[in-house]
Design a protein around this ligand. Structure first.
Ligand SMILES: [Zn+2]
Length: 61
């Protein structure tokens, strides 16, 4: 589940970019994704998505 936020100071955990409009999506696990990466992550199968999220969480912690 991703919650849409508007915050120009938050960067995407996947690509490291900040959306110019400040559009960012926060997951329950506190992963932040730009709209582009959210589309990518939603396009992959659930199992792949979960391992990507685990990988991102590993980077954050
Ligand atoms: Zn991104």
């Amino acid at each position: 589940m991703y919650e849409k936020l508007m915050d120009k100071t938050i960067q995407c955990d996947l690509c490291g970019e900040k959306n110019p409009e400040g559009e960012i999506y926060k997951s329950d696990d506190m992963i932040y994704l730009c709209p582009e990466c959210l589309r990518k992550i939603e396009a992959v199968p659930q199992s792949v998505r979960e391992s990507m999220e685990r990988f991102l969480l590993g980077n954050v912690l």
